[in-house]
Design a protein around this ligand. Structure first.
Ligand code: AOF
Ligand code: ZN
Length: 362
């Protein structure tokens, strides 16, 4: 990977909390002498894409993009979405070479961008930094390809895997650094999901506080019986709130809608929320990364339904012994039936460990 691609990936990383539901993309313009003449990253949805930001930056710095090479972490778009096509902007600016990390999985683009650039006589090279770019945009790739969000389940536990005492007490198992890190993962998600059990037990706000961001992720509540109190703290933050229920309780629904919530009735055949249908529906609502902070029961249901893509687990250097585990699972008859994961990363956060583990095949 060249340093220019590395810089473009760093720019994409800077856009982490901002672009949802758009992908995080970075772009660097380099002249024939090897000097960076302009750079940029994707703005908020509806705002300029990385390529346009880089061209504007070059212009502001008085640099001509004529004959320059564009290093960009995603295929430049070829369609008219909320903004105009980046391909056209690059062609018009006189860019002669594009080094892109990976094709845009958006069916409206998917190779059309590269074709358009090549047709205009621009040399196109694809693949540098592909894995890193895909990692930055796991949720976007998931929504475009699988038509559903990337689901990340977060848990905080003692070293022996206990997430709460039998009386429900769970504040706090991990330390302040791990809790702040958890907020960063919330902040990058399009939506935070929880269950009614957690709301009734902890009355959490589930918003982003420890991270500098001007965008709050949406809140998704799984509440089969529509039991959420109207004064629950989760209604305090300004953001979309989606409540999935299994009952059509007209009066309560209207009261929740008056609070600004969107109530969706989506029952399965045992009178609970149809979780696979809910996850699909969240994909249609442009949720890329779905960050789950729920309790034992809902975590178990999501795992059993095969909806979990990865686990984000913070482990505290404590032994608790008796208590609740991370997820209610069907008892196994053989160890070979266990959910198989692979460790994606293991880091020390303050006094605690942070483990990112992916379900096999994701
Ligand atoms: C790029 N550069 O920086 C990004 C791209 O509605 P729009 O116009 O903002 O288009 C959104 C789509 O553009 C998004 O779904 C994805 O396919 C692409 N994102 N493309 O050339 C960028 N963020
Ligand atoms: Zn674009």
């Amino acid at each position: 990977m060249t340093d220019y691609t590395k810089t473009a990936l760093d720019l994409a990383q800077e856009a982490m909390y901002r672009t949802s539901p758009n992908p995080r993309v970075g772009c660097v313009l380099v002249n024939n002498a090897g000097t960076i003449i302009g750079q940029g990253s994707t703005q908020r949805a509806g705002g300029a894409h990385a390529e346009v930001m880089a061209l504007r930056d070059a212009e502001q710095r008085g640099n001509s993009p004529q004959g320059a090479t564009a290093y960009v972490t995603l295929e430049p778009c070829s369609h008219h979405g909320r903004t105009g096509p980046c391909c056209d902007a690059l062609i018009q600016a006189g860019i002669t070479k594009v080094i892109a990390s990976i094709a845009d999985p958006n069916p409206a683009v998917a190779g059309n961008g590269f074709a358009r650039l090549r047709a205009a006589g621009i040399a196109v090279d694809v693949g540098q930094g592909a894995e890193a770019s895909r990692e930055l945009n796991l949720g976007f790739f998931s929504r475009m390809i699988r038509k559903k969000p990337w689901l990340r389940m977060k848990a905080a536990a003692s070293l022996d895997g206990v997430t709460a005492l039998t009386n429900g007490a769970s504040q706090w198992i991990t330390g302040p650094a791990a809790r702040a890190d958890g907020h960063a993962w919330r902040a990058r998600a399009c939506a935070v999901l929880t269950g009614i059990g957690t709301v009734l037990a902890d009355n959490p706000r589930l918003d982003v506080r420890d991270v500098q961001t001007d965008r709050q992720p949406a809140l998704v509540l799984v509440d089969s019986a529509l039991a959420v109190p109207l004064d629950a703290l989760l209604f305090a933050a300004k953001r979309p709130v989606y409540i999935y229920s299994a009952v059509a309780h007209e009066e309560k629904r209207r009261a929740l809608e008056a609070l600004g919530a969107i109530v969706i009735t989506m029952p399965n055949n045992v009178g609970k929320v149809d979780l696979p249908a809910m996850v699909q529906d969240l994909g249609r609502r442009e949720i890329n990364e779905l960050h789950v902070e729920a309790g034992y029961k809902l975590n178990g249901s999501l795992l059993r339904e095969g909806l979990v893509d990865e686990l984000l687990v913070y482990l505290a250097p404590k032994l608790i012994g008796e208590g609740m585990g991370m997820a209610q699972m069907t008892p196994l008859a053989a160890l070979s039936e266990a959910h198989a994961l692979s460790f994606h990363s293991v880091d020390r956060i303050g006094e605690d460990l942070r483990i990112l583990a992916r379900l096999q095949g994701r």
